[in-house]
Design a protein around this ligand. Sequence first.
Ligand code: NAD
Length: 472
Amino acid sequence: MDLARTDFYLDGQWVAAGAGETVAVRNPATEEVVAAVPAGTAADVDQAVAAARAAFPGWADTTPAERAARLDRLHAALSARADEIARTVALELGTPLKVATRVQAGLPLTVLHSYVELAARPPAEETVGNSLVVREPVGVVGAITPWNYPLHQVIAKLAPALAAGCTVVLKPSELTPLTAYLLFDAIHEAGFPPGVVNLVTGTGPVVGEAIAAHPDVDMVSFTGSTATGRRISHLAADRIARVALELGGKSANVVLDDADLGTAVKVGVGNAFLNSGQTCTAWTRLLVHRDRYDEALDLAAKAAAGYRLGDPFDPATRLGPLVSAAQRERVLGHVARGLADGGRLVCGGPEAALPERGWFVAPTVIADVDPDSALAQEEVFGPVLAVIGFDDEDEAVAIANNSRYGLAGAVWSADEQRALRVARRMRTGAVDVNGAPFNPLAPFGGYKQSGLGRELGRHGLDEFLQVKAIQR
Ligand code: NAD
């Protein structure tokens, strides 16, 4: 199977990248190179931005119904590729195929569908005194995305940007570009006007920086690490370009003394280990009332033992590898530091048995983690759960809020009013009470260093609009 791709998608067509450098794509379960894609240059970004700029007035002028119809065609073209997308994500990222099918392919289709509907119903114009207040698309959007949800992170930007009337230049992560190519096959099939959506693959420091610094990019929408988000903000600030940032997290799962402990811990471990813990919203700190602490540790160890490591294509596998050797080293470094700082290994850890090949880390639970220590403060991005005890609600809230991040979180209690009270006190962009389901229409984004702006639903669409007041 030759998965190599040799082109960019520019101005409505596949354009050969020429004989420049390429980026190798590896299967993290076997460590083998499975494909290569072109490493773009600043000149490629110039071409893509010029196409997006030229397409902008025409696309901005289309009716909401036309934009909705085009997104609907994209939804159909992408749905037809759902199995291929799941298999590709399993191959280049290592997500177990079952999870890849449900989350990596399924979720973006749900989100895209929501924007078919939202595109058709633009926000109403308002009258404020003698002013007519109208909303207009921001312009050319540069989208830079990470590898952990390679289609979802792209759709969460592209769908609302297109629905709003913006045009887009995408740079997907160099670790998982193959999924983006499938998306652009679907985009081509959906027949967007030339230049409305463009793809340049390559590395962050070259293609990513060229997009973030480009004078003709009106807005940079970025998902990734806080360090890169800071760099992109600096680059965009030079020309006062708008930025939207979805960054890291260190979310707390607060289990109050009256909670259904069995469910809270089982669901909490599942959340922390989803996608091998490579999820920005992962509840990586389990906060448990001290009266139920030991019981919770037993439950966590039992739940973790159910996460069988292995080949992402084997239906029995519940935990795949990490995306890269570097990511694995980083995660093991966090585990070692956590243990050196006084954490107690409950299960997993650096000595646990692993498949012979692949960048695997065993599902790991560490108890007695100091809330100020690195393991409780730094984003690990691996299957590592830090457990911390508390004596009362105030202490639980203080520990939950003792973070420079504020992306997500959870509260469990038999008393929903009590859980809601704690949820309101948590300084974070989202909180789930008693395992409530994910809502793809709810605003998604971070407080503090977890980011700026919101994705998904109506709030996600508003990010790509600007407001004009016309006095009469
Ligand atoms: P990353 O910041 O290294 O890379 C993200 C993207 O930015 C990639 O496409 C990369 O090529 C590009 N990039 C890297 N350096 C750049 C630069 N100097 N200028 C412009 N672009 C550059 O992050 P990652 O390792 O791919 O992803 C993991 C991180 O992303 C984690 O910290 C995670 O929490 C975060 N994340 C956040 C969310 C969210 O929604 N909040 C979602 C997923 C991942």
